[in-house]
Design a protein around this ligand. Structure first.
Ligand code: SF4
Length: 363
């Protein structure tokens, strides 16, 4: 089976659209479902999924882009570290352009800082091996999907006895903000399109508390248009039937238990901590910090730097967008002062950011 064409089949997608329309007629009140994965956000804009849904079924983009939810305070700290002598910052490309309070890593690089894009944390370990007289700091940003690879890089550095490899960790875990947002009376979320990549690691069982105790239907959903439409159909069906459970639409990739090996690496290298989310604030227990046994690799502990006072960008509504309160089109800067070439806020930087997706596909 070709996993592209079948899941992009027009007739299959329109078939789900018809089923959703029919089901939604059984419920007079409108329904709202949130996605908390940047790849879903992109897919929804790219394939025009909203235009296929009836008026009473609304999709809301939530805090799904890891670069976007990383607060300015973290960017400012990375910038302060990049200004230290004999220091190489290594990062995935998106972080380079995220504006901090008064600068960005891109600007710091233009001023002479050694900031390098890598495609894997193990590339950063290799740079540390080649540069024993410098410290190499990897910017550890992301959800449960990227955290295992970063944990593995710390284990690789430990195995090699590398003392010059460090991680500035800001990993976040997704189920707790989902719980928090589900109790926001203004949002009135009727169900979640659960993230696919994250679920491949943590397993579909991770959403049982949300569905079974808090009464919020959850469907782990793939990324192709037929996946998303089927995921929405399954959510609408649960709401109409008055059910609340976890379903796994993406069973060709996601299991109920998840990836036990990745979970065990995470548990070895990281400890649970409170984490600050852009626009949401601090959510207790929603982050991963480097565990005490690996503290020698923790850039925040090893490199005390003075970090400037955090400032948000005037007029930018990233915080409201990440909480699902507004859409990019409600931001007065969208497609005016703020574009992917000249982003004002984080949500316009990453291709998975809601503003970037709306700019590319939704205008
Ligand atoms: S359009 Fe730009 S300024 Fe407006 S919320 Fe999005 S990222 Fe922020």
């Amino acid at each position: 089976m070709n996993y592209m064409d079948e899941f992009r089949d027009r007739d299959v997608v329109l078939g789900y659209a018809a089923q959703i329309r029919k089901l939604s007629e059984q419920r007079p009140e409108p329904m709202a479902f949130m996605e908390v994965c940047g790849t879903h956000t992109m897919s929804i804009y790219q394939y025009g999924i909203r235009s296929l849904l009836p008026e009473g079924v609304r999709l809301i983009s939530g805090p799904g882009c890891p670069v976007c939810v990383t607060p300015n305070r973290y960017i400012d700290r990375a910038i302060a570290i990049s200004r230290l002598s004999d220091t190489i910052i290594t990062t995935f490309g998106d972080m380079l352009r995220v504006p901090g309070s008064s600068s960005s890593l891109m600007e710091e690089r233009a001023r002479g800082a050694d900031v390098r894009i890598v495609y894997s944390p193990l590339d950063a370990v290799a740079i540390a091996r080649k540069n024993p007289c410098k410290r190499v700091v990897f910017l550890g940003v992301g959800f449960e999907t990227t955290a295992p690879a970063i944990a593995a890089s710390i284990l690789a550095a430990t195995g090699d006895g590398l003392a010059n490899y460090l991680v500035l960790a800001a990993h976040k875990t997704i189920p707790l903000p989902m719980e928090l947002l589900s109790s926001d009376p203004e949002l009135k979320i009727d169900g979640y399109i659960c993230p696919a990549h994250v679920s491949a690691i943590i397993g579909a069982n991770a959403f049982r508390g949300l569905a079974e105790q808090r009464g919020v239907p959850c469907v782990v959903t793939g990324f192709e248009p037929a996946d998303v439409m089927q995921g929405v159909e399954m959510l609408v069906r649960q709401v109409v039937e008055g059910k609340s459970r976890v379903e796994n639409q993406y069973s060709r990739v996601v299991t109920w238990e998840g990836n036990c090996k990745a979970q065990s690496v995470l548990a070895q290298v990281f400890s649970v901590c409170d984490a600050e989310w852009r626009g949401i604030g601090v959510i207790p227990g929603s982050g991963l910090e480097i565990a005490a046994d690996y503290a020698a690799y923790d850039a925040e502990k090893v490199l005390p730097v003075s970090v400037e006072e955090t400032r948000e960008h005037q007029g930018c509504r990233c915080g409201d967008i990440l909480r699902g309160k507004v859409s990019p089109f409600d931001c007065p800067l969208f497609d005016r002062a703020c574009t992917p070439e000249s982003p004002v806020g984080a949500c316009m930087v990453s291709s998975e950011g809601t503003c970037a997706a709306a700019y590319k596909y939704g205008r």
